[in-house]
Design a protein around this ligand. Structure first.
Ligand SMILES: C[S@@+](CC[C@H](N)C(=O)[O-])C[C@H]1O[C@@H](n2cnc3c(N)ncnc32)[C@H](O)[C@@H]1O
Length: 264
């Protein structure tokens, strides 16, 4: 039983790589000298991308800091074990009365480890207070770096992990003006083939490690065929061929959908 009131767990969004995109709220928390920093790593030996963003902002790692291991695996039992270990470490710190910052790449509410972690922490101690600091998502920063808009006027936009596969991506291309494909690495070649078939290569752009010194932008995405890309990369696809319904009293009437392929 703890004699202190528990500290607060903060999910501190840091934006996708450029320290200039750290919000003032996150910055204020990072300036405090009475907190514990925790940050995700894939293995004990690997670097933390989230921590690197903070270090490039010229902040130093405080004495009270700890890497938490979250392996890249789809094995649910293995993942649950690591989430629990990480949550137990955090709860131990919180029970000393210290606030804990969990450093998050991008935004903590968007495809982030923080959601699972916070739920596991609460399953260990439901009285813990959790706060999420909103941040800039990878795709917002990517659109800015690629100098394109994500959506104009009444455009539709979908953001999905590419792992749903090309059949789903093909279907979504019929319904959305903009498609953001996250976690595209394993499917890159298949997606390039699909976009080529749908005459969308010239409307697609690729960005890797947006906002970092290693940022890599590719506008001719066909040139990436057969080239390994980094996990921290995404494709932004615009579909100018999408059929829109007629505008009636400010609302779009649903268009007649063709059964197969993207309407060209
Ligand atoms: C687990 S999700 C994390 C998303 C993140 N929380 C966000 O708010 O954007 C990881 C995927 O986000 C995308 N991503 C994250 N950071 C990126 C960056 N700096 N540049 C390009 N893509 C990035 C990649 O598609 C990557 O596979």
């Amino acid at each position: 039983m703890s004699i202190h009131p528990s500290g607060v767990l903060y999910g501190v969004s840091l934006g996708p790589g450029d320290p200039g995109l750290i919000t003032r709220h996150a910055w204020a928390l990072l300036q405090r000298n009475d907190t514990v920093w925790t940050y995700p790593v894939r293995s004990k030996k690997s670097d933390s991308y989230a921590l690197d963003i903070v270090l490039r902002a010229d902040l130093s790692l405080p004495a009270a800091s700890q890497a938490l291991v979250f392996p890249m695996t789809h094995d649910k039992a293995k993942l649950a074990k690591y989430w629990r270990q990480a949550a137990e470490t955090i709860v131990d710190y919180l029970h000393t009365g210290k606030d804990v910052l969990f450093l998050v790449e991008g935004d903590a509410s968007t495809y982030s480890t923080f959601g699972h972690l916070a739920r596991t922490v609460l399953s260990l101690d439901e009285s813990i207070q959790v706060e999420t600091v909103a941040g800039v998502c990878s795709f917002n920063a990517a659109a800015a770096r690629l100098q394109t808009s994500l959506a104009d006027t009444d455009d539709t936009i979908a953001i999905i992990p590419a792992s749903y596969g090309v059949t789903v991506i093909d279907e979504l291309l019929r319904q959305f003006d903009t498609l953001v494909l996250l976690k595209v690495k394993p499917l890159m070649d298949d997606v390039i083939d699909l976009l080529s078939q749908r005459n969308l290569i010239e409307h697609s752009q690729f960005i890797e490690k947006a906002g970092t010194p290693d940022e890599h932008i590719v506008r001719d995405i066909a040139s990436l065929k057969g080239t390994p890309v980094n996990y921290l990369s995404l494709l932004l696809v615009k579909n100018p061929h999408r059929q829109r319904g007629e505008m009636i009293r400010g609302c779009r009437k649903k268009p007649e959908m063709k059964k197969t392929g993207v309407s060209a």
